[in-house]
Ligand binder design. Structure first.
Ligand SMILES: Cc1cc2nc3c(=O)[nH]c(=O)nc-3n(C[C@H](O)[C@H](O)[C@H](O)COP(=O)(O)O)c2cc1C
Length: 354
């Protein structure tokens, strides 16, 4: 049994463990395996078209009839700053020359925030849970989703963001600590601000909110899950630990890098997308570090660096791909997602009952 059942009751799940949605790394097979194991399987759909989203969601729903979570970004569309765009292109040019990749692409977004077309697809497929990153969509959209019986979650990296999310209708809030891998959900403070660690963030958010709080960031085993409950959380969201599952669609280069990662090997960088995200240090992160605050708005760097990342992925060159990782990657295990979930459940139970 779990110390409190607020999240499991809210979402209709057996175990208060959410496998994090990770755009580019989660798959229908992973989400279904976790949901079938009694956790909340999630799929990162921020880079999907509505039709890709429909196809993937149907695939998950064919494999499980339990609750699932689908996730989208709700960032502001980028501004047009020709000077910044030109500066960023100039910074990337030497890499394009080094690998004979032609010219740096134009700064045009290739991924778009959650919109009406995606809302229609969500209402058609009706997952039990929809989660957002970088805030929430408009009040009208949140209301429509909730009226259709779907629970809404989003990530906060500060108490201020958590209160804002609760006031705008979130059914539960994910407290995303500084340790977390991938993009920070930060949307009210400065891009590289909000550096509050999970241990500090969770109890402060718990004290400020009425809705259940989900702890995220650096949680990798039963000790972390038990600690999250001790801090007042009603559940956890775990990302990095699931990246080495065979169901994860991230590259073998990324998976291999994670398995030799140490606690001190990650950094926050804006160099890949324009928004801060935590990944394993590589040449690109190091060389772009002095320019972090001069880059075009999210997600334009994704476009500018697209061919460079593709080349890195195709050639297995870890220096130019985003090796997203939280601070606890060294605890990763290579296990099918359902087995990993069960291990986390058993380990947490052992620590909670001692
Ligand atoms: C590879 C990767 C991709 C991620 N993509 C998303 C995403 O698309 N949407 C989202 O809400 N969170 C995303 N996150 C953040 C997770 O939701 C979560 O906050 C984080 O994984 C928790 O920290 P941990 O990685 O230490 O477990 C991503 C994390 C990783 C590691």
């Amino acid at each position: 049994m779990w110390p409190n059942s607020r999240l499991t009751d809210l979402l209709g799940i057996e175990h208060p463990i959410i496998q994090a949605p990770m755009a580019g790394a989660t798959t229908p097979a992973m989400a279904a395996a976790v949901s079938n194991g009694g956790g909340l399987g999630s799929h990162g759909c921020a880079m999907h078209t509505p039709d890709q989203f429909r196809a993937d969601t149907r695939q998950i729903m064919d494999a499980t009839n339990r609750a699932i979570n689908v996730n989208f970004f709700v960032h502001e569309p980028p501004g047009h700053d020709d000077t910044k765009n030109a500066q960023a292109q100039a910074l990337l040019e030497p890499y394009y020359e080094e690998f004979n990749l032609g010219s740096v692409p134009k700064a045009e977004p290739v991924h778009f925030p959650f919109d009406d077309a995606m809302l229609e697809a969500v209402l058609e497929t009706r997952p039990r849970v929809v989660s957002f990153h970088f805030g929430l969509p408009s009040a009208a959209i949140v209301e429509t989703i909730k009226e259709n019986g779907i629970k809404v979650l989003s990530s906060a990296t500060t108490v201020r963001e958590a209160v804002d999310l609760e006031n705008r209708g979130c059914d539960a809030v994910i407290a995303q600590g500084w340790e977390a891998g991938g993009h920070r959900g930060t949307y009210l403070s400065q891009a590289t601000g909000a550096q509050v660690g999970t241990f500090s963030l969770v109890p402060q958010i718990v004290d400020a909110l009425e809705v259940p709080v989900i702890a995220a960031g650096g949680i990798a085993d039963g000790r972390g899950i038990a600690a999250a409950f001790a801090l007042g959380a009603s559940g956890v969201q775990i990302g990095t630990a699931f990246l080495n599952c065979p169901e994860s669609s991230t590259s073998d280069t990324h998976k291999t890098a994670l398995l030799s990662a140490r606690d001190e090997d990650t950094r926050i960088t804006t160099a890949f997308s324009g928004n801060p995200a935590r990944g394993l240090i590589n040449r690109y992160i190091e060389e772009m570090a002095p320019h972090q605050n001069e880059l075009p708005d999210f997600p334009l760097m994704n476009t500018l660096g697209g061919p460079l990342r593709k080349h890195g992925a195709a050639t297995g060159n870890r220096d130019f791909i985003a090796l997203w990782s939280g601070q606890s990657a060294s605890m990763n295990k290579v296990l099918p997602a359902g087995e990993l979930l069960q291990l986390l459940v058993d380990d947490a139970q052992r620590h909670l009952n001692t």
